[in-house]
Write a new protein. Sequence first.
Length: 223
Amino acid sequence: MMNITCNACGKAHKANAKIENSLRKLPSGQKLRLKCSQCGESIVLGRDILPGGGTIHVKPPEPPDTSWLADGDYEEESVVSDIPQAMVLVQDEKTEEQVVGALTGLGYRAETVDNVADAIEKMQFFEYSSIVMQASFDGQDLDENSFHELMSSMSMSRRRYIFYVLLGPQFKTFYNLQALACSANLVVNDKDTAHFGVILRKAIPEYEELFGPFMEELKVQGR
């Protein structure tokens, strides 16, 4: 006669012929539950784990595969899922390098796009914390730029979480009224892009200090 051991308290129970027959008649995939007489916990048994004799134990799951540790291979998306993303719409090579370097230095994962169409497509699939665009990007005037139109008409439930920066010779750096008129959070003159990292370190904390509590309250309200 077999012993059935309770995994909760370790008490051994004698399995009578009735229990053995019930186990053998169990349909595949179904389980038989017995109550431990000592602790009252359920002992779950299945036909597939019924040995020819001796003690019956429920087979635990296999430990996770850690062979990838030796190779150092891991999907990038899993590693950087909590890193804020930024999109850069700048065609001047030097300015792009300055902007990307500044964003990376602040902990962003910055990616660049070649044209407005690509930028609009990416907006359908990714959530960006910051977006930086040259006012003349893709050879379009700002007023006629379809990406800027997208940002300007975006619902506030999404727009309020994006720090939108415009670059151009027509802007006065840190001029909030000009930024507001352009539906942006910050405007930067081209001559100041060499100091873009310092500009962001000043502007972003001020933005978060001003709007952070408001946005947290909206989250609480589910808006």
